[in-house]
Design a protein around this ligand. Sequence first.
Ligand SMILES: NC(=O)c1ccc[n+]([C@@H]2O[C@H](COP(=O)([O-])OP(=O)(O)OC[C@H]3O[C@@H](n4cnc5c(N)ncnc54)[C@H](OP(=O)(O)O)[C@@H]3O)[C@@H](O)[C@H]2O)c1
Length: 245
Amino acid sequence: MSDTFQTAVLTGASRGFGRAIAAALVAGGTRVVGIARDERELRAVRDELGEGFVPIAADATDEALAHEVIRDHRPGLLVLNAGATPHMAPLHEQTWETFSRTWHVDTRHAFVWTRAALREPLAPGGVVLAMSSGAALNGSPLSGGYATAKSGVRAISGYAADEARRAGLGLRFVALLPGLTPTGVGAVGVAGYAAREGVDRDTFVAGLQPVLTPELVAKAVMEVAGDPDSAAEYRIGADGPSPIG
Ligand SMILES: NC(=O)c1ccc[n+]([C@@H]2O[C@H](COP(=O)([O-])OP(=O)(O)OC[C@H]3O[C@@H](n4cnc5c(N)ncnc54)[C@H](OP(=O)(O)O)[C@@H]3O)[C@@H](O)[C@H]2O)c1
């Protein structure tokens, strides 16, 4: 792994899945350029992981940033993980702003970085992993546009894989669809669906067994990133990644 990826760029690196992915990559000898908006949280990751983690406090939807970071750091691996927390409410209690929040962050940042990876382009052998969600397959009726935002991420990854193939760029684009976890973005989902079912959080989480954790997601990321023959899309569960289709 460390031979293949000297440098990785990871969005949403300050918490949750991103923080666990950064820790796994740094432990494997990869230098991680980690992007998130909250500087204090990023500094805490740097304190924990040391010089192998290079923090950039910025908005990952910024197109100029994507080009600049790819040019400056020439990553072999790009992990597009940043995501907004959905506003949990049924459709009729959403506004257009709350409904489309994840489109403006998750989908937009996937578009911006995927486009930059194709246009710079990344060096041959480069890998782009885009964090979609199991919600793209199953829906998520209390999360506004979240499921469709993550379908967008999935589609962008698939289109890019095709363009990379057509242009002979030698790049791998893979979409990852993790199941619901009781952490991070998933915590609001768990609270929302538990309330809708009229059960408490712990009862709802018991129904998710075996529970997926950020560390298991990070393990799956390492496995898929390091597999030159990876599939185009994976579900990620507690038992690891399983190819779709
Ligand atoms: N947890 C789940 O159940 C689950 C399941 C399937 C898929 N996912 C997806 O996996 C990804 C990570 O989820 P998580 O649970 O780890 O979420 P999380 O703990 O809330 O972490 C989200 C990360 O994204 C960053 N971020 C948000 N908006 C950003 C922006 N505009 N620019 C840069 N960074 C931004 C956050 O930092 P700042 O706020 O400081 O910017 C943070 O580092 C998300 O894309 C999520 O949709 C999660």
